[in-house]
Write a protein that binds this ligand. Sequence first.
Ligand SMILES: [Zn+2]
Ligand SMILES: [Zn+2]
Length: 163
Amino acid sequence: MRKFIVVVPLFFIVGLILIGAKPTTEKPKPQEIKLKGNILCLAEEMKTLYNVELDAEHKHLYGFKTDKDKYFTLLHTSLSKALFVDKRLHEKDLIINGRVFPNSQLLEVLSFMSVRDGVVHELYYYCDTCFIRTVAPGNCDCCQAPVVLMERPLNTDSLVPSP
Ligand SMILES: [Zn+2]
Ligand SMILES: [Zn+2]
C-alpha cells in the first residue's frame, strides 16, 4: 500500500519532467507549390466517384483537381475570391501558385494563371477607364463600373498602364 502511494507521484513527476524537457516542437511549415488543374465542386466529384449521398441543394465546396488527380480544398481569401465567384474560371485550365498546410489538403492561392493552347496566360480584372487592375470581379474602386476579365499571354506585351 505504501509502495503504491510512492510510485504514483513518481510517475507523475517523471511525466512532468519529460514534458518540460521536450524541446519546443517546431511548427511544421506550409509547403509552397505550383499546381496545374481545374476548379470543381469537390462534393460533386466525390459523389460521382464514391456515391456520396449529396444534398442537391448543397453549398458548393470548391476545390482544385490537379492533372495528377490530387484534390485540394480552396481557402477563401481575397486572392482566391475570383475562383469561387467567376464561373468562367471553372472552364479554364489553370496554374495555381500557393501554399498547402501541414497535414492537410488546404490550398491557399497566392496567384493563378490559365493555360490556353499550351500558352500561359495572365488572368486579372481590369477597368479600362481608370487603368485599374484587380484580382477579383466586381466594380471598379474608382468609377464603380464593372471590371472585365482579362486573359493575356504571359511574357508578351501584357503589362497594363498603371494609374
Ligand atoms: Zn457542388
Ligand atoms: Zn474605373
